[in-house]
Design a protein around this ligand. Structure first.
Ligand SMILES: NC(=O)c1ccc[n+]([C@@H]2O[C@H](COP(=O)([O-])OP(=O)(O)OC[C@H]3O[C@@H](n4cnc5c(N)ncnc54)[C@H](O)[C@@H]3O)[C@@H](O)[C@H]2O)c1
Length: 386
């Protein structure tokens, strides 16, 4: 294939800070790492609120246009794909509008502020027949994919437990500023949607559907200083501890908190089956701890998941030359572009809007279980939050 024969696809990105940075870098790298690319992504436009800052972002990443109104971005005829990395209250409206214009949509997690809102996004994308993906990028970590491969191949035997924690210490300091993440109206929930959602999605990806939850939640600091002065009222949870029951039989726990000194991006899970266990920690994402019963020399061993025969092995560097957080966005975007090119499906490796919806249902369940102090299940769940 020559460069001339490549199909080029224009991308517009909402946001340029935080997660958006990882998406913007992925757009620049994906076609060089996966060669030849399924389609060649072209960064057409970036949208943000401040004209000066969005212009700088456009220059920095080589976008052709900078918009302060996301509507102009999705109306730009050169844009065929929307990557929505805005805050949670800026997911549903742009994604539904983009899908109804025929744009393919990759939206950051949590898909929406509630399962009701997530359902409207899922339905809009399905109606429009566009490619859709929820940004659960941790599915694309080689060690996570190796864990899944072992589970699917039955090497851990019948699964009994899934336990996950996602902890950081970002809010321990009471003077840490109030942001959109502390507002139910903007975020939908606190650590449930922000952190636990990743663990829920991995639970679904690795073990299957969650059917019931029991939970306790806490707000530890209920007011925080606003950067522009005054105080904001925190009306979302700072921490959640939950018991989860899976439809296929396993039982487990989920915890998320921003009040864990020393923890930075500590997403860890352990899966126990009848024949073995695997343990993963995002802060050491190239490694998977594996225990298989009956091996001659027994005990947990740490597998460096960078060999050529491992998922995405040989795609980046030689064995032991580790990859990082940003590479998951490149893998994710490649899968999305392959789906746009008609060469692959988003699932099961990637999360579709249906997966994003299923995750949002469990987020709503956790919220309800904690508020009402009781066990709630998917079957009897009627969403009440828009
Ligand atoms: N997949 C991951 O690992 C991951 C990591 C971090 C955040 N996220 C998700 O990404 C989303 C953004 O989180 P973040 O931490 O990057 O937030 P952030 O506050 O750092 O960035 C939000 C971005 O949205 C832009 N924005 C805000 N309002 C806008 C508007 N009206 N029009 C256009 N742009 C606007 C801001 O300019 C900024 O670039 C959230 O949904 C979050 O859950 C995902």
């Amino acid at each position: 294939m020559t460069v001339r024969e490549e199909r080029r696809v224009g991308i517009g990105v909402i946001g340029y800070d935080g997660a958006a940075k990882a998406h913007l870098q992925a757009i620049l790298r994906v076609g060089t790492v996966f060669w030849p690319p399924p389609v060649r992504p072209v960064l057409v436009a970036v949208a943000g609120r401040s004209a000066e800052r969005v212009q700088q972002a456009a220059q920095r990443y080589g976008a052709q246009a900078a918009y302060t109104d996301w509507r102009r971005l999705i109306e730009d005829p050169r844009v065929e794909i929307l990557i929505d990395a805005g805050p949670n209250d800026l997911h549903a409206e742009p994604c539904v509008a983009a899908a109804s214009r025929g744009l393919h949509v990759l939206c950051e997690k949590p898909l929406a502020r509630s399962s009701t809102e997530a359902a409207t996004m899922r339905d809009a994308a399905a109606r429009a027949g566009v490619v859709h993906m929820a940004g659960y990028n941790y599915r694309f970590i080689p060690a996570v994919l190796l864990a899944r491969q072992m589970i699917v191949e039955g090497r851990l035997g019948e699964i009994r437990h899934f336990r996950a924690r996602f902890c950081d210490d970002s809010m321990v300091d009471p003077s840490a500023p109030y942001t959109w993440r502390h507002s139910r109206a903007q975020a939908g929930s606190g650590v449930i949607g922000d952190l636990a959602a990743h663990a829920i999605d991995l639970a679904h990806f690795l073990v299957g559907g969650i059917e019931a939850v029991s939970a306790s939640a806490r707000v530890f600091v209920d007011r925080r200083p606003r950067p522009q002065g005054g105080e904001g009222v925190v009306d979302v949870e700072d921490a959640i501890e939950a018991v989860v029951e899976f439809a296929a039989g396993p039982v487990g726990t989920l915890a998320a908190s921003t009040f864990c000194p020393g923890r930075k991006n500590f997403l860890t899970f352990e899966v126990n089956g009848m024949l073995g266990s695997v343990v993963f920690n995002l802060e050491r994402l190239n490694e998977l701890e594996v225990f298989v019963r009956g091996e001659a020399v027994n005990g947990f061993r740490t597998v460096m998941v960078t060999e050529a025969h491992h998922p995405y092995g040989g795609r980046w560097w030689p064995p032991g030359h580790i990859i990082g957080w940003e590479h998951t966005f490149v893998h994710q975007l490649h899968r999305f572009l392959a789906a746009v090119a008609g060469q692959a499906q988003v699932g099961p490796e990637g999360a579709t809007f249906e997966d994003g919806y299923r995750c949002a249902v469990v987020c709503d369940l956790l919220d309800r279980a904690a508020r009402e102090g009781r066990r709630v299940d998917v079957a009897g769940f009627v969403p009440s939050r828009a």
